[in-house]
Design a protein around this ligand. Sequence first.
Ligand SMILES: Nc1nc2c(ncn2[C@@H]2O[C@H](COP(=O)(O)OP(=O)(O)O)[C@@H](O)[C@H]2O)c(=O)[nH]1
Ligand SMILES: [Mg+2]
Length: 350
Amino acid sequence: MKLGIIGKPQSGKTTVFNAASGQQEAVGDFSQAVHRAIIKVPDDRVDQLAEIVKPKKVTYAEIDFLDAPGFTGKGKATDKFELNPEIRFMEALMMVIDAFSADSDPSGDIQVLIDEMILADMTVLENNINKKQKKIKVTGDKSEVADLELLKKCYAQLEAEKLLIDLDLDESQEKSLRGYTFLTQKPLLIVLNLSEDDIASAAEIEQKYASHVKPEKCELVALCGKMEAELVALDDEEREMFMTELGIKSPAVERVVQKSYALLGLISYLTAGDPEVRAWTIRRGTVAQKAAGVIHSDIERGFIRAEVTAFDDYMEHKTPAALKAAGKSRLEGKEYRVCDGDVILFRFNV
Ligand SMILES: Nc1nc2c(ncn2[C@@H]2O[C@H](COP(=O)(O)OP(=O)(O)O)[C@@H](O)[C@H]2O)c(=O)[nH]1
Ligand SMILES: [Mg+2]
């Protein structure tokens, strides 16, 4: 999964990036430096499974994380407005909002950034609507008309200050829009970057902004990026002590990762082989044959069946033989919808 950070300059993007990735990139400067990292998705189930199987290798699900500045924070295009093109290829966006400085205005900033996203998408649409209109005029190609209508519908949506993700589209429409990589069509995770003094009231602050939350479209987390970045730089023992002192159970970045997962409708299934215990990322509702393709296209192509065990059953019976004896390991066909936490062994033939 690819997650890109956006936000006003000095809102704490790089700070949150550091906190989530364990990197130590310079913060507080106005450089337009681009940072990237791969984050492991913390998953208790992977750890527990590894304790039983004792594999040579343990692999968690991963998120590609990109900190690429480019928003003006003014809600409008300027001469300098230059969006990093990579941001367009992210599957979801994380919007970091300054809620720490004395004169912060989180609601205002959220609106300003959404305006900027809308504007960027309208620019792309204008260009493409013009091109298509010319093409239809010159070639008389009627097959492009439906596409043109769709682009116009998108434009009207944005003109009404609404997001493309809120449009009701059928599958073929979704598909024909995909190539434009519109910003407002991406799921959005809003991170309210709190001051140290507000850490204890993070939950209430999230409640206060709950109106922004739309399932599978927009999520919101409140955290203190600065404290989180300090936390991740400590060793395990120090971190435990520090967290107890502050009265927090787990670093907020773990919740960030989990919320981004939920936002994209992602789940993990697990494999528990001899060399490796591993979590694999799929979209909720993915069928077994497609899920196998995440491991290797050969397994998808040569799919025979999936031997599936629920995670809790695996923990109870512990070995494939015991699972079979207890009837807790089932054979599923290619149309089986994989569940979060399923432990799967694929049988295939190529
Ligand atoms: N008090 C406080 N300051 C923060 C927090 N997050 C970032 N800052 C400060 O805000 C400034 C800008 O941070 P930076 O991450 O570089 O912002 P960016 O321009 O969005 O990447 C730095 O001086 C940070 O130390 C926070 O959670 N609390
Ligand atoms: Mg930065």
